[in-house]
Design a protein. Structure first.
Length: 324
């Protein structure tokens, strides 16, 4: 029961740069031409802009940047992901809330999303800056049938899904920095945080945290991260509709995680390597205990990073911070 206005928005998005006629909308939605016209006026009042030509119809020029769950749902192309959405203005952390909901039995694909996080976090409890209304701060509760050792690979699955979604919606191609960052021109625009709830031999839930700087302008980044962070808007030069991006992320997350569970890591690995800026470069990897310098030569079928050290040996790195 999607509101009709969002059924219209969905069709305008799907048509991309081909106009849709009022008659076509009226036929498809089984409403009158006058009703279509009224909905278009309503959408215009909400900030949508169309190019309307008498003969050809409507072409979407601009859509306002809101995360209204019913809009996200209207744009979904998924079976399960995003069919349940918890949306709030402000949350401590979408991860924390998603963990609670997962324990209470939330369904596979449940999305927790908000405008602002007051205690957003990265790995090792580092702070994740989540400015109000600027980014996508979301967690997906996933219930794949996998063993706990397979959970870290979902970070790489997510990285691939995110590069596809971002490219589809914006035309920008971020590079994947092992294990959990997406970069544009060497600056971080996205961080991924994969956590799980598991028994010794079975995953109950993966809580997939995704933070994307979307509509930030340079001055929106505080001093702490101004020199390392960037946003999609800075790269693209115009505002992006976050709801449309969220819907695409859910689409690719569902598709690639399904593929991973059904067919294993091999195909994801190939896509990951193609989009990675880590492989082939000399890097410094800092683990909790040690620092290694060498050439990143690949990832294993488990997503572990292989570093060719200067003494000719290969060091396998499971988790680290990387400097290029
Ligand atoms: C990450 O950690 O990159 C994972 C970030 C995951 C955030 C999402 S948002 C939705 C969900 N709810 C949460 O509470 N978290 C997830 P890590 O690799 O540890 O990187 C953290 C480091 O990135 C920080 O120490 C800063 O240096 C930097 N940083 C913090 N905020 C940033 C931002 N908005 N953009 C770019 N870099 C940032």
């Amino acid at each position: 029961n999607t509101p009709i206005k969002y059924e219209i928005v969905k069709r305008l998005f799907a048509a991309k740069d081909k106009p849709i006629s009022g008659q076509q909308l009226a036929d498809e939605l089984q409403i009158s031409r006058t009703a279509v016209w009224k909905y278009m006026k309503q959408l215009e009042e909400e900030g949508y802009e169309f190019e309307a030509t008498r003969k050809k119809g409507y072409l979407l020029q601009k859509s306002p940047d809101t995360l209204d769950p019913s809009k996200i749902k209207a744009l979904l192309e998924t079976e399960r992901f995003g069919r349940e959405i918890i949306y709030e203005e402000s949350l401590t952390s979408t991860q924390t809330i998603a963990h609670q909901l997962a324990q209470e039995g939330a369904l596979d694909g449940t999305l927790v999303i908000c405008e602002e996080q007051t205690e957003g976090r990265g790995r090792l409890m580092r702070e994740w800056k989540s400015q109000k209304g600027k980014g996508i701060w979301m967690s997906i509760i996933m219930r794949p049938d996998v063993a706990p050792y397979q959970a870290p690979q979902f970070t790489l699955v997510a990285a691939v899904a995110l590069t596809y979604a971002i490219f589809d919606v914006t035309g920008v191609s971020p590079a994947i920095k092992w294990p959990n960052d997406l970069l544009i021109n060497g600056m971080k625009c996205t961080g991924i945080l994969t956590e799980m709830q598991a028994d010794p031999d079975r995953v109950n839930a993966i809580i997939m945290g995704i933070g994307i700087n979307v509509n930030h302008q340079q001055e929106d980044f505080g001093e702490e991260i101004a020199s390392i962070a960037t946003s999609l808007r800075i790269s693209l030069g115009k505002e992006i509709d976050r709801a449309a991006l969220v819907a695409k992320i859910l689409y690719y997350m569902e598709a690639f995680s399904k593929q991973y569970v059904a067919e294993g890591f091999e195909k994801i690995k190939t896509l990951w390597e193609k989009n990675s800026c880590t492989i082939g470069n000399r890097i410094k990897a800092t683990t909790l205990r040690e620092t290694f310098i060498g050439k990143a030569v690949g990832i294993t079928k488990d997503g572990v990073l292989q570093l060719l050290l200067d003494d000719g040996t290969i060091k396998e790195i499971i988790s680290a911070d990387i400097e290029l």
